[in-house]
Ligand binder design. Structure first.
Ligand SMILES: [Zn+2]
Ligand SMILES: [Zn+2]
Length: 722
């Protein structure tokens, strides 16, 4: 066939034929367009396995991945295994003008490069969101959704570039560091979509099922890994040959996809390459490469030679995106003794079919977090995510999760438990045999704890991966504020179990030692469940005041030097029927430690001496106190955390007084059905809605920990709100 023309050694044929019916363009116009922009198109295609959409005369269009047999040998190719078709595919790499012209002559209209380069099938260069209008051509809706994505990126310290798809929607590209794995990029993409949706759920949706999208713009986060996306500047196989065109974010509201065609784009662009400018892609740092640009020796084809085939697109705004530190989710991490920080960490993702991902809306700081904050420091690993009192909205579930579905409001128990093992079925979820930290010989794994308890990343984070989600999530109704339900994660079942274990006889008297969150709630629960009398003991004015305000009788340790006498006076000289010890082992210098020290001063001399000499003042004093004030035959229920391996107990007294001792972490799920009816009542009998003294954004976690540890500003219970 005689060539009409030859360019760069490529024979061009039949240039005056229409490309397809309604194209409004000849093959010559296509080739001229590609040639005019080759210095901007080649860089986005270079070294990437290329698929093209071709349309031959009088035939249907088709996507070509495998290069045809007659491909000239100067077209570089790469062979990749295609999972979808279960065969090897030999892709072209469009590395130069000549190859691009050859493709143009082949009537290749659309250019879809891979997100990977030829030498690394496992490294993607971009994170991509594909935004399409729900119905018709509602581009203004797409633009509104794109702005949400831009906001979500900015919130994470990132920036991306946007281009029209050339069809009805837009593509948002965020370059990623080559060291980030495909799975992490995919997770980050999903998280980005989820966050954009969350900013305005009326505008955008991540629903995969079309019927669920309700006329909103779908944020398609599936273009990861092996996917291809049409290249910037590529024409599209549509009437008038529109092109995918880079748009400045601020211009997005003023353009229509149809503004950009092979006929208009060259004039609009002039010599500019807005895609390369907004999506810098280079070896080395942004500054060095832009300097190199200006010194480029070949002005005629500067852009063409600029983008190297090498890897490492480190991009503007993306310095933080590295494994273990990619700024998609924020979480409170342990950094050292009395030091926490709010960090960028990888979003959690579904790892097992029984996992769920929960978007955390409220998450408590617990007294036991203070143990990790200082006492247990030697066991902690830097960077571990803290927190075990989380609730939120289910974002994603594994294939075996039926307890909850995306969108459900759930509370997550602090211990990880399976619901079907020997222990779980008898309501001892804290001893779950499926999640037990066997290496350390401890019970069920706990969120936010070190190796001792399974090292499960915690809930003081924007997202929480919930293992054993076929059982774990506690579904709660929409409507009431988080405060109603968040304490189901720990405080409420801990208090409920403490009172249950205290076994207060009908009309009997319960003394609660320590009015921190669990002690305070135990007093409330006991009063609610009909204890004859509840006496709370503490020395912190705010705590005493809270209890008093709810009608709990209190003993202020600052005002008495004889607690046991005080209690006996109020109980016909016998002592109380039951005690809840909600003090436990606490941090030195904390209010609880001061409480314990104060109690030591109240103990009978002989006992006190033993305590202070042998184990220090602040370890077992609350328990000794309990042993002292409980009546003969009474029950002590220990809710505070004890951690000593060799603590001495006064066995003679315990035996002689016939004292029952019960203790242990709360088996959260065991008590939920008992507690929830109280939370559902309009009058909020346990006072959950006013229980928190502080609600702070997640970002203020360091200040919150400090405040909680020092009990500043009346801090009794702090909720963080991611
Ligand atoms: Zn807790
Ligand atoms: Zn279990």
């Amino acid at each position: 066939m005689a060539a009409d023309e030859e360019r760069d050694g490529v024979a061009l044929t039949n240039l005056d034929q229409q490309l397809f019916e309604g194209a409004g363009a000849t093959k010559r116009e296509l080739v001229d367009y590609l040639d005019a922009l080759h210095d901007r198109i080649v860089p986005v295609l270079r070294d990437r396995p290329l698929s093209v959409i071709r349309i031959l005369r009088g035939q249907d269009a088709f996507m070509q991945k495998n290069v045809p047999k007659y491909t000239p040998d100067w077209v570089r190719t790469v062979t990749r295994w295609a999972d979808a078709s279960k065969r090897e595919v030999r892709y072209a790499l469009c590395d130069d003008r000549r190859t691009l012209l050859w493709f143009g002559n082949q009537r290749a209209i659309e250019y879809h490069p891979a997100l990977t380069r030829s030498d690394r099938a496992d490294v993607v260069t971009d994170l991509i969101l594909d935004l399409d209008p729900p119905e018709g051509d509602a581009f203004d809706q797409v633009v509104a959704a794109a702005h949400l994505v831009r906001q979500a990126l900015a919130d994470a310290g990132l920036a991306g570039a946007v281009k029209t798809s050339g069809s009805k929607g837009v593509h948002i590209f965020v370059p990623v560091d080559e060291s980030v794995g495909i799975a992490d990029v995919a997770a980050a993409t999903r998280a980005l979509a989820a966050r954009a949706e969350r900013i305005d759920p009326q505008v955008a949706t991540t629903a995969f099922i079309k019927e669920d999208r309700a006329g909103k713009v779908f944020l398609d986060s599936t273009r990861a890994g092996g996917a291809t996306v049409v290249a910037a500047y590529s024409p599209r196989l549509r009437p008038g040959l529109p092109v995918s065109f880079p748009v400045a974010w601020d211009d997005l509201d003023r353009v229509k996809p149809a503004d950009f065609t092979i006929h208009t784009a060259p004039d609009l662009l002039g010599a500019a390459d807005p895609w390369a400018e907004r999506l810098p892609r280079r070896n080395g740092s942004p500054t060095t490469s832009s300097r190199r640009d200006t010194r480029s020796p070949s002005p005629a084809c500067r852009r063409c030679t600029r983008a190297s085939a090498g890897p490492a697109p480190a991009a503007r705004g993306f310095e933080g995106y590295r494994p273990g530190k990619h700024p998609v989710m924020r979480a409170v991490t342990w950094q050292g003794r009395r030091e926490v920080s709010v960090d960028n960490v990888p979003d959690p993702r579904i790892q097992e079919p029984t996992d769920a991902i929960v978007e955390v809306t409220s998450t408590g700081i617990c007294g036991s977090d203070l143990h990790l904050y200082e006492v247990m420091s030697p066991l902690m690993e830097k960077g571990h995510i803290l927190g075990h009192e989380a609730m939120g909205v289910v974002r994603e579930v594994g294939s075996q999760v039926r307890t909850a579905a995306p969108g459900d409001r759930v509370v997550i128990p602090f211990q990880v438990c399976c619901g079907h093992c020997h222990m779980c079925v008898q309501g001892l979820q804290t001893q779950c045999e499926t999640t037990q930290a066997r290496e350390s010989g401890m019970g069920a794994a706990l969120f936010g704890y070190p190796k001792l308890y399974g090292e499960v990343p915690g809930g003081q984070a924007e997202l929480l991966r919930v293992p054993q989600a076929q059982y774990m999530p506690i579904k709660v109704p929409q409507g009431p504020p988080d405060d109603r339900f968040v304490y189901l994660s720990d405080v409420l079942p801990a208090a409920w179990q403490a009172v249950e274990y205290a076994d207060v006889p009908a009309g009997g008297t319960l003394v609660v030692l320590g009015l921190g969150p669990v002690g305070d709630m135990s007093a409330r629960v006991a009063a609610q469940r009909g204890a004859g009398r509840v006496i709370g003991v503490d020395l912190v004015p705010e705590r005493l005041e809270r209890a008093r305000a709810r009608g709990i009788e209190v003993v202020d340790l600052r005002e008495t030097d004889d607690l046991a006498g005080e209690v006996r006076d109020r109980t016909d000289g016998r002592g109380c029927d039951s005690v809840v010890d909600a003090v436990g082992m606490e941090a030195h210098g904390s209010a609880a430690a001061r409480l314990a020290q104060q109690m030591a001063g109240l103990l009978p001399d002989a006992v006190a001496a033993k305590v202070t000499q042998r184990i220090g003042a602040d370890r077992l004093t609350a328990l000794y106190c309990a042993i002292d004030i409980v009546r003969r035959g009474g029950t002590i229920s220990i809710a505070g955390v004890y951690g000593g391996m060799a603590d001495p107990l006064p066995m003679l007294t315990l035996f002689d007084k016939q004292i029952q001792l019960r203790m242990g972490q709360a088996n959260v799920k065991r008590w939920i059905d008992d507690i929830v009816p109280l939370l559902a009542r309009d009058d909020d009998p346990l006072g959950t809605e006013t229980f928190a003294t502080h609600r702070l954004p997640l970002a203020e976690a360091p200040r919150a920990y400090d405040m909680f540890q020092k009990k500043l500003d009346g801090a009794v219970k702090i909720l963080l709100q991611p």
